[in-house]
Design a protein around this ligand. Structure first.
Ligand SMILES: O=C(O)CCC(=O)C(=O)O
Ligand SMILES: [Fe+2]
Length: 354
């Protein structure tokens, strides 16, 4: 699909004006830029990130994703996630619910664990299709390392602003602890005949701490700005990643950092006739870490929790339990009724539950 044939993102659909954060400035410790990052992460929980230096790693990963999706379905299905709450591996289109009624998703993706990518050829969690194995060293591991470097820089900036002792957030996401951190390459088929409101990926908050997201030209990601009921597109901008805060970091921070609802729908207008590709690196806490606000480490977090509804950010779950529960209950094969969907929810439905 030559890029030139893809129509521009339309200028007459509602979009959300994300702040553009310059990664090079954040990395250099520029306080004004870190202040803007903080504003984005506490108010909406989404921002663009430019100058992240990952362009080459990102395009190699899209090539890996393309090669993987071209494998025969039987071969991909040999590496399917399964129904036990494991995320790593292949997910076929239609394997997940997108809402409480059991509507089906229509994206396929390949997830590779950070632990498997970095330990290769040793296997920590599972095996992957040949297209992944052949590129594990050349492509997947470099993307994992670059993404971790970027997300760790952002975590350190949040650590300081939250008034946490140096290194606290990095320790919760230690490289050598087994975790749910993973790369995901997503293919959404052309969806011209599908209603522009039908979810390709249902409304959700991300499970982990930070997501580093890239698109190949096409829109389709939407966020629900706080206090509104109208979904808005995030316009893809070449070379700009989209970053967002997930549930784990929101919980650690007592809700100071915002994990916002988002979803994927068909690309807008004429873009819907084209295949959509996205790529994410999810930084998630080490499996053994408890998802609770860090009230004993930061007066700021203690104050935030003190002024919230009792138990609002308390999960009693380890990162592994949280992550497994959410994945397992969105699998359509595990659906008993609307309660299964509710069991897959994270911070997004907590307010209603209280
Ligand atoms: O494809 C996208 O733009 C977003 C994907 C997403 O939200 C996810 O996989 O959690
Ligand atoms: Fe997401």
């Amino acid at each position: 699909m030559p890029a030139a044939t893809v129509p521009q993102f339309p200028d007459d659909v509602p979009t959300v004006p994300l702040l553009v954060i310059d990664y090079a400035l954040v990395e250099a410790g520029n306080e004004a830029e870190i202040g803007r990052l903080w504003q984005a992460a506490t108010q909406l929980g989404f921002w663009y990130l430019k100058n992240h230096g990952a362009d080459e790693e990102v395009s190699a990963m899209f090539e890996m994703g393309d090669a993987t999706m071209q494998l025969p379905l039987e071969e991909k299905m040999a590496y399917e996630q399964g129904n036990d709450g494991n995320s790593f591996g292949y997910k076929a289109a239609g394997a997940n619910a997108t809402d409480e009624y059991g509507s089906l998703d229509f994206v396929e993706f390949i997830n590779v664990a950070k632990d498997d990518a970095l330990a290769y050829p040793s296997v920590v969690h599972r095996q992957y299709p040949s297209t992944v194995r052949e590129r594990m060293v050349s492509t997947v591991a470099p993307f994992v390392r670059k993404s971790i470097e970027v997300n760790n820089t952002l975590l350190s900036a949040f650590n300081d602003r939250l008034g946490l002792p140096a290194g606290t957030l990095l320790r919760l996401h230690a490289l050598d602890e087994s975790s749910g951190s993973e790369t995901r390459c997503i293919k959404t088929p052309p969806s011209q005949t599908i209603s522009q409101d039908k979810a390709a990926i249902g409304a959700h908050t991300d499970f982990g701490s930070l997501s580093f997201l890239h698109h190949k030209l096409l829109g389709g990601l939407q966020v629900l700005p706080p206090g509104t009921e109208a979904w808005k597109y995030v316009k893809p901008i070449p070379g700009h990643a989209i970053c967002n805060v997930g549930d784990a970091l929101s919980i650690f921070s007592g809700g100071i950092l915002r994990s916002n609802l988002h979803r994927v729908v068909p690309p807008p207008k004429a873009q819907a006739a084209f295949e959509r590709w996205s790529l994410v690196f999810f930084t998630r806490p080490g499996y053994s870490q408890l998802l609770e606000p860090l009230v004993n480490d930061s007066p700021l977090i203690a104050a935030a929790v003190g002024s919230a509804l009792p138990g609002r950010f308390s999960t009693g779950a380890t990162a592994k339990e949280w992550f497994t529960r959410r994945i397992k209950n969105q699998r359509i094969a595990n659906r008993a009724g609307p309660e299964t969907w509710r069991e897959s929810r994270g911070t997004e439905h907590k307010v209603e539950a209280i």
